[in-house]
Each structure stands twice: as C-alpha cells, then as structure tokens.
Design a protein around this ligand. Structure first.
Ligand code: NAD
Ligand code: DAU
Length: 340
C-alpha cells in the first residue's frame, strides 16, 4: 500500500506521517510538500531515516510534477493536508489560498482520475460551517449544517470541499472528507494561538489576545485527529463527510491564562489587541456520526494534552526558535507591530 500525504512537512501532516509509519509499518508513505514558510524539513528528520518513507519537494498546483510522482509511486491512497492554513494570513492576502487550497486540490484529484486511486481523502475544517452564537450552547455543527464561511481561508476550504464532492458525483472518484475542529500538539507553527502564546510566554513577551478573548474554539489533540483520518481511510464510506471533534470548548482567554499558569508566568503579559476582521465567535463539532458509524472517540483529555504540548515546546526549543528567527519576524511585525 502506497499512501501519498501532501503537506506532510506541516503541523498535522507531519503528525499523520509519524502515525502512519508506526501504525502501518508495511505501508509506503510518500510525502509531497513544496515547503512554504509553514513546511519544515527538520520536522521530518526522523521520518527521512525510515526506508518506508519518501519525500518530494513539489507544489500540489504543479500538474506535471504531481503526474510524475503518480507515475513513479502508483499510490492507492492520497490524503491531502497541503494548504495555506492561517486565517490571519488569508485576510492579509487571499490569493495564494485560492491557488493552493482550490486549484491544488483539483490538480491532485485530476491525477487520481488519470492514474486511478482507491481513495482520495480531503482534510477539511469545521470553519466551512461558519460560526455559532455564544448564547446558544445547545447548537453544534453536524455534517448537515449548511456551508457558510467567514474568511478567505474558510471560503477556499469550502470551495475545495464542493469540488471534492463534485468529482465524486461527476467522475465517481472515491472520496471522503473530514472536517475537524482546532488541533494542538507538537510541531504546531507558532503563528497559531497555542504555540504563539507558549513561545511568547517563554520569551516574556506580550500575549496578544484578539478582541475580548471571548471567542470559543473546540480543541482536539493532533494525534486524535490523525487516528480519525486513518479510521476513515480504513472504514469510512466513499462520498461521505465526517466531522471530527471532541466536545472540548474553551474561550481564548481561558487558554491563554492556563498557559501562563502552567509556565509560571504572570497574567500581566496578556495584552488585548484589535480584533480579527470577521472573527468567528464559536466553533463546536457534533462528532456523533464518526463515533456511531466508525467507533472513533478522542483519547487525550485537554488537561493532559496541553501539558504534553507545553512539555514538547520546552523540550524542542531549537525547533521553534529557528522559526522565530526567520521570516516570522517580519510576519510578527506586520501582524502585531502597531495593532491596538
Ligand atoms: P500547516 O500550515 O502547518 O501546514 C501546511 C503544509 O502544507 C506545509 O508543510 C506547507 O509547506 C504545505 N503546503 C502549502 N502549500 C502547498 C502547496 N501548494 N503544495 C505543496 N505543499 C504545500 O497546516 P496544518 O495546520 O497542519 O493544516 C493541515 C490541513 O488541515 C489543512 O488543510 C487545514 O486546512 C486542515 N485543518 C487544520 C486544522 C488546525 O487546527 N490546524 C484543523 C482542521 C483542519
Ligand atoms: O477550526 C479549525 C481551524 O483552526 C483550522 O481550519 C485552521 O487552519 C487553524 O488555523 C485554526 O483556525 P483558528 O483561526 O481558530 O486558529 P488560530 O490559532 O489562528 O486562532 C485561535 C483563536 O485565537 C481565534 O479565535 C483567534 C485567537 N487568536 C489567535 C492568535 C494567533 C488571538 O486571540 N491571538 C492571536 O495572536
């Protein structure tokens, strides 16, 4: 069995590569990643030593390059993680989000049609459902919730989902889609809330909380997401969408205070800054379908997962400090420099 994992040098993709290499030692795992600012070869250093692993530095929008990989590797399964994934960057410049997230998805599926495939899996997001109001804790996203996006990022992911379902209906491509809530864990790029707050705390820098910090996210430990995708590949029904989430809703401000507490840093580091444009209020996944049909349940409680994550950042300072010393500096100055 050969599985192509696109975006495998990023946060969730790399965790998935390591999950697959250990859960399926008889599989060949082929990572395709063009190494944008978010892709990192040091993350894949251990995988590169495994004879069952191969890496191609290729853009998923490069049709010839992708077709060449299919001709060489003859994959049975493609799991597409490759994407521009940060909402704030999409607000700054939507263009590359449309290119990678929509056109790249089409190129991958065209390759699957041309060379044949047992399964194309699209890694999507709960953000395609838009947001829920804070005063209706009884509401959750189900697979039937209408698509209703807020940002250029979520709109590009929703467009990709529609294309995936269209390729299934029109060409009979054997697809599945997972829509997961916010992940956290090792190798999370420090532009996102949890790793940014850990890194800033450790550097005694201000902790920039958008708006009032009341927005709610539904956090899932990344290993649980990887197991859910593996299960969908094994047992999921072709043409279906599966929501993935663990009923772990928290406000941003509670997360930031918890990180301060765990690291023994004062809450006076917290700085309220201008809100994100179009900021989604609340995400909350109803995971009933993947639980009842496939038997998936999250295994890591947030209280444990956040401790493991903080420990990982303490034990792997080189990994994130190298990132902080590069292009990230310009990004941080642009995004937070005079944000009032
Ligand atoms: P990430 O930004 O950490 O990693 C993205 C990876 O894709 C990087 O390695 C990057 O180099 C690669 N990439 C980007 N453009 C590419 C291109 N044109 N060709 C080849 N490779 C390219 O992202 P992540 O947080 O790991 O998210 C992975 C996927 O999961 C995305 O599709 C995202 O929408 C989805 N998702 C993320 C979360 C989350 O909480 N992070 C939750 C649900 C769904
Ligand atoms: O829900 C799944 C989505 O989760 C994925 O599809 C996205 O790829 C992923 O980036 C994530 O999107 P969010 O926008 O929810 O994640 P982010 O870490 O950027 O922000 C989480 C919350 O924290 C959000 O309400 C904005 C807030 N925030 C974020 C940053 C970076 C702050 O208050 N301050 C910050 O500096």
């Amino acid at each position: 069995m050969t599985v192509i994992v696109t975006g495998g040098a990023g946060f969730i993709g790399s965790n998935f590569v390591y999950h697959m290499l250990s859960a399926h030692p008889d599989y060949r795992i082929v990572c395709v990643d063009c190494l944008t600012y978010a892709g990192n070869m040091s993350t894949l250093a251990e995988a590169m030593k495994n004879p069952n692993f191969a890496f191609y530095k290729t853009d998923i929008c490069d049709r010839d390059g992708i077709y060449e990989i299919f001709e060489k590797e003859h994959p049975q399964v493609v799991v597409n993680f490759a994407a521009e994934s940060h909402v704030d960057r999409s607000i700054e410049n939507p263009d590359v989000f449309l290119r990678t997230n929509i056109m790249g998805t089409a190129v991958l599926m065209d390759a699957c049609r041309k060379y044949g495939i047992d399964r194309y899996h699209q890694v999507s997001t709960d953000e395609v459902y838009g947001d829920l109001p804070l005063d209706r804790p009884d509401l959750f996203f189900t697979e039937q919730t209408p698509i209703h996006t807020s940002s250029p990022y979520s709109s590009s992911k929703a467009a990709a989902d529609l294309l995936v379902l269209a390729y299934h209906r029109t060409y009979g491509l054997p697809v599945t889609i997972s829509r997961c809530s916010n992940n956290y864990g090792p190798y999370h790029f420090p532009e996102k809330l949890i790793p940014l707050m850990i890194a800033n705390c450790l550097n005694d820098k201000p902790l920039p909380v958008y708006g009032k910090g009341e927005n709610v996210r539904d956090w899932l430990y990344v290993a649980d997401h990887c197991k859910a995708i593996d299960l969908i590949l094994q047992k999921g029904k072709v043409g279906e969408v599966y929501n993935v989430g663990g009923h772990n809703e928290m406000t941003n401000i509670d997360i930031v205070k918890l990180i301060c507490k765990e690291l023994g840093k004062p809450e006076s580091l917290i700085t309220y800054v201008a809100d994100r444009k179009g900021h989604d209020m609340r995400y909350a996944i109803d995971p009933t379908k993947i639980h009842t049909e496939l038997g998936w349940l999250p295994e890591t409680k947030f209280a444990d997962g956040i401790k493991m994550t903080i420990k990982w950042y303490l034990d792997n300072k080189d990994w994130w400090q190298t990132i902080l010393s590069g292009e990230y500096k310009d990004y941080y100055a642009r995004m937070y420099g005079d944000r009032k």
